[in-house]
Design a protein around this ligand. Structure first.
Ligand code: ADP
Length: 449
């Protein structure tokens, strides 16, 4: 504002001086014409200097702007100031980019940026050794051309990256990589791949070990249980002091057998491929069957069992596995609900998917236990669980089966009031169909062998 005022004053002063001089010599028009021409020439000259200066390469040659005064001086200085600010900002950005590149180069995991057209944009050094990317040849190439495994293609285009993807390294089937993708900006992706070969081998060893131990224990336990059963049939022939220990051994042999069965089931679930949503069966029929079986086992407790399920609901998955999961939940509800209590089983289908809920008004669970309930061998109360013949593996099995069918298990409970176990399945796992003869065949429970 100050500069404008000074400039106006200067112009006014020059105009007055030229007018007076022109008036004095009797050539007022000529004086104004000369003034106008010199004004236009001077401005044109300044514009020329500015254009020349701007045309220079300022990244290498940091020449100062031309000296000037008045408004033009202000314009030159302003541009110079902005240029300096921009240089400072880009130097700062350059240091940050350099630091990010240096730190990502030091990482052992591959970090890759993929543009919104799914082409490789940038990657760190580790990507070259882990995934065989080459700079600059692969820049701008579609990522799915370089990592060709069909499972990677499916994962990449799914846009659902909640779970990481495990895959053999391209060109090196002995190495296992774990891929994780995050979306950012305008549909751009940041992909991280790390070598998990060692972890994968350990995990395989653990699964094999559990599977083998359970399998090896199977035969001796069956033999011991068989002998104990024979002894139990003739328990009256035994000396008094042997009766109690033999009874306990007989009970415990059942427990060990159940634990081994559950461990074998878990290990087979871990090794089998996921059931595809191809085969379907009637949900109402499956739930009714489980309810009937449980009702018979817990007949003495006279529970009030209720079932709410549309007869058209068809589940797409593995019949035996779903039987096992739901049967575990209903058996738990019956175990942990006192005599006369209510056990409600319902299946609801909506746009959000299928929800199978098992609700009881039994003893409930204190909130601190809820996050750990699905861990193997986790029990709220060890003595209570042993009394009910529990193995502590039931909910781990349920979670596994529900997960294998793309679902999720949610548990809500309040001590003293009851519990709700809800299995959410996506819509791909359900269809509505009038009941037919084929779906009336009884389901076979999951086998552990
Ligand atoms: P278990 O074989 O011991 O029943 P689970 O894995 O099936 O093992 O369940 C873990 C624990 O969760 C149980 O020990 C029990 O304390 C608790 N639990 C499971 N279902 C219920 C239920 N419906 N009501 C109350 N507690 C339950």
């Amino acid at each position: 504002m100050q500069a404008w005022r000074a400039e106006l004053k200067r112009h006014f002063f020059i105009l007055t001086a030229v007018s007076l001089t022109g008036f004095a010599i009797g050539e007022l028009e000529l004086a104004w014409l000369l003034l106008f021409v010199s004004y236009a020439v001077s401005n044109f000259y300044q514009l020329l200097r500015l254009t020349k200066w701007l045309a220079k390469d300022h990244s290498s040659n940091k020449s100062p702007p031309p000296e000037s005064f008045g408004l033009w001086g202000g314009i030159f200085d302003g541009i110079y100031r902005l240029q300096k600010q921009e240089r400072r900002a880009s130097a700062y950005l350059e240091t940050i980019v350099n630091k990010a590149q240096e730190s990502s180069a030091a990482l052992e995991m591959a970090v890759i940026m993929i543009d919104r057209k799914n082409n490789l944009d940038w990657w760190n050094q580790a990507s070259e050794s882990l995934l065989g990317l080459r700079y600059p040849q692969d820049r701008g190439q579609p990522v799915t051309n370089l990592i060709r495994a069909p499972r990677f293609g499916e994962y990449f285009s799914s846009n659902n990256y909640d779970e990481p993807l495990k895959l053999n390294a391209p060109g090196d089937s002995g190495r296992v990589l774990e891929f994780q993708i995050a979306l950012f900006g305008e549909s751009e992706r940041l992909m991280i791949a790390r070598d998990i070969t060692r972890l994968h081998r350990l995990e395989l060893m653990r699964k094999d070990f559990v599977g083998n131990v359970s399998h090896e224990l199977g035969t001796p336990i069956t033999v011991i249980k068989g002998y104990l059963e024979t002894i139990m049939e003739n328990i009256q022939d035994l000396d008094d002091k042997w009766r109690k220990p033999i009874k306990q051994m007989h009970q415990q042999s059942y427990r060990i057998e159940n634990i081994v069965k559950d461990l074998l089931l878990l290990s087979s679930l871990e090794t089998k491929t996921r059931p595809r949503p191809q085969d379907s069966f009637s949900l109402l029929q499956l739930l009714s069957e489980i309810l009937n079986d449980t009702q018979q086992i817990f007949a003495k407790k006279s529970h009030d069992f209720r079932l709410d399920c549309n007869e058209k609901l068809q589940f797409l998955g593995e019949n035996g596995e779903l039987y096992s999961a739901i049967s575990n939940l209903i058996t738990n509800a019956a175990k942990y609900t006192p005599a006369g209590g209510t056990i409600m089983v319902s299946a609801k289908n909506s746009e959000a998917g299928l929800e199978i809920m098992i609700r009881d008004n039994g003893i409930g669970i204190e909130s601190q236990h809820l996050p750990r309930l699905t861990e193997r061998f986790y029990r709220v109360d060890v003595s209570r669980s042993s009394e009910t013949g529990g193995t502590g593996l039931g909910l781990a099995i349920v979670k596994h089966i529900v997960g294998r069918h793309d679902g999720e298990l949610n548990i809500e409970s309040e001590a003293g009031k009851g519990s709700r176990f809800i299995c959410h399945f996506p819509s791909i796992r359900v269809k509505l169909e009038a009941p037919n003869a084929a779906s009336m065949e009884p389901p076979a429970p999951a086998t552990t062998a």
